[in-house]
Design a protein around this ligand. Sequence first.
Ligand code: MSP
Length: 506
Amino acid sequence: MSYYVTTPIYYVNDKPHLGHAYTTVGADILARHMRQRGEDVFFLTGTDEHGESVVQAAEREGVTPRELADRNAVHFKELVSQLEVSNDFFIRTTDSEHVAVVQKFISQLHERGEIYSGTYEGWYCPNCGDFKSEKDLVEGRCPIHKVKLEREKEDNYFFKLSGYQERLEKFYHDNPDFILPKHRYNEALSFIKQGLEDVSISRSKISWGVPVPWDESQVLYVWFDALLNYVSALTYAADTDLSEKFWPATVHVMAKDILKFHAVIWPAMLMANDYELPEQMFIHGFLLMDGEKMSKTLGNIWDPIDVIDTYGADALRYYCFREVKFGQDGSVSTTGFETRYNTELANELGNLANRSLAMIDRYRDGRVPARPEGELDLAPQFGEDYVQRIRERFDREEISAALEDIWELVRTLNRYVEEQAPWKLAKDDAQSAQLDRVLYTLAEGLRTLSILLYPYLPATSIKLLGALGQEVDAPSLDAAPLGVGEGGQKVGDLPPLFPKLESNGD
Ligand code: MSP
């Protein structure tokens, strides 16, 4: 089966921050898990390079929009690789192939009579790249970016969104899981039910964008160009056109700020040109710092590269999805990060792995005991059903809940070591079979863990599997249930997975 997952494409008006990293890693966790299931995965991320916010930022910096886009696209690309993100393609909306697909799509809409010319007037937020309705404003400012908005009026082209109200309502009715979590589905549907107005799809004031094919005095409104990235990328990401194989997308991942564009305008655009609609969208919350959305405009950002340099990508990936439940808002902080790093990664997981391997080394000459006869310890609780539950969570993109389930195994194994006290068993020859059973169970538990943690902690998982004497390439989920392993293999060295770091005190 094919599985196509996307992130939003990010604006290049500035460098990336942790909020962008969060979405991209979330999508990566899904992509890696699905590859473990044997799905044929295509994972897309990239940059949104047109629009007024890029023009304004370029002006501030005294460079052209293209120069700014080239400079910042590099930062987004670097972040992707530093985060160990396994995307299959990185799209830039300035790619000529993308521009060609957009122009073709929009011309077709025009030919079909879905576009007409008119006058638009409204409150415009350059950071959102969008007009705001009167009721959204907070003291004349954008509710998200807090910048003062200006009244703008211009002649441009409109898309007949109002004509899609009924079809969209029917589609929502027929597809109750179209948007997850459910309250975001309800939010989108109620927006549709309030009545849809036609939307302006072009701009005459700026020239940085995709030219409207039949009227080169205008460029397309950045959102119309941007949303089409999900379709255009498939046409040129590989030597062959991947559209047949991967469209419709399986899941678009994003935060709630861009729900309306994806849940209302995007499906209508696709319907208007007879495309199939994406199967699902997952809408997560905001990473907050000091109670506010982390954002470039507010300036309360964390540079993910700093964290990766100190703690490694895996720790950052873990922290984000443990601390901020996928689907909800949540605060992040340096102290919160250090606490989770030390207690959960270094102590609970790292120590468990190191001491278990050390005991196998010491008591059994570095060889995992063979699977014991009869019922296995912990296998009933962490066997097939457990792995199945995690699969089902992933079907609904519940990656934080799945991580909690996985951590239950970490904690259970820690309790198991303490209860069984292998160091005592080792002193008594009569307990030799029991010691075998305990060491097998520990090795098995770690093997299960490293397979299940692979989407979250890819580098750690590979190290751990290697030390456990296992195949290390994209470990299949079929092998995950505890007790599947036969044992008998040699274990190797494992340097501390998460070396303890002293807090620098600030
Ligand atoms: N270019 C548009 C998206 C077009 S998609 C066809 C855009 N870009 S953006 O750079 O502003 O990125 C918005 C997205 O970045 C959010 O939807 C979310 O995925 C991510 N985040 C940005 N800040 C974030 C937080 N503080 N917290 C969580 N996610 C954040 O909108």
